[in-house]
Unconditional design. Structure first.
Length: 182
């Protein structure tokens, strides 16, 4: 199946003034409701990473869970969960960050990774990069390294991809939107 960025973009709904006035939320729900489009997205990531040298797939709550778990299954890679604070049992590592809604924290189980592991991190969207940077910091704190940060959507004007790249983390997204795209 050939990836068609235009058809994927048409299935990402722009929701103006959400979560607050002046912001445009990029909703992937219509894309997820199309089996053909979801397969196209998953196949695109699988083709990119099928022969790539990394050991684990990290997925960020909540929408990163959706595509990242498909990719982990298809590539037969262990899955590492990065969750909101207080959602994981056992010993966890926590990393705070600033989000659109204020301060937040991301957690991972402390024994999820070890030295020498190499992680591909998935989320649905790269905006400011704060969540992905927090996940990257947690990966590094466990002695592992980052292969790449991947997402369906990039919002390059918000600078997240550039921040990730500035810290040595390559990024990849299937499509990008300018802030004023509807």
């Amino acid at each position: 199946m050939i990836f068609d960025e235009f058809s994927i973009k048409t299935l990402i709904r722009a929701v103006p003034d959400f979560p607050e006035a002046g912001m445009t939320f990029r909703d992937i729900s219509p894309l997820l409701q199309s089996p053909r489009a979801l397969r196209m997205v998953a196949d695109s990531f699988i083709q990119r990473y099928v022969e790539t040298d990394f050991s684990h797939i990290g997925i960020i709550e909540a929408r990163g869970f959706l595509v990242g778990s498909i990719i982990a299954y298809e590539l037969n890679k262990p899955l590492i969960l990065f969750r909101k604070q207080g959602k994981l049992p056992g010993a966890v590592l926590s990393e705070g960050f600033s989000s659109v809604n204020g301060k937040a924290a991301l957690e991972v189980q402390a024994d999820s990774l070890c030295e020498g592991d190499k992680v591909l991190i998935f989320d649905d969207l790269i905006a400011t990069g704060a969540t992905l940077l927090a996940a990257a910091q947690l990966v590094r704190r466990m002695g592992a390294s980052l292969h790449e940060a991947a997402a369906i959507i990039d919002l390059p004007e918000l600078g997240g991809s550039q921040k990730l790249q500035d810290t040595g983390i390559p990024t990849f997204s299937l499509t990008a939107f300018a802030l004023n795209d509807r």
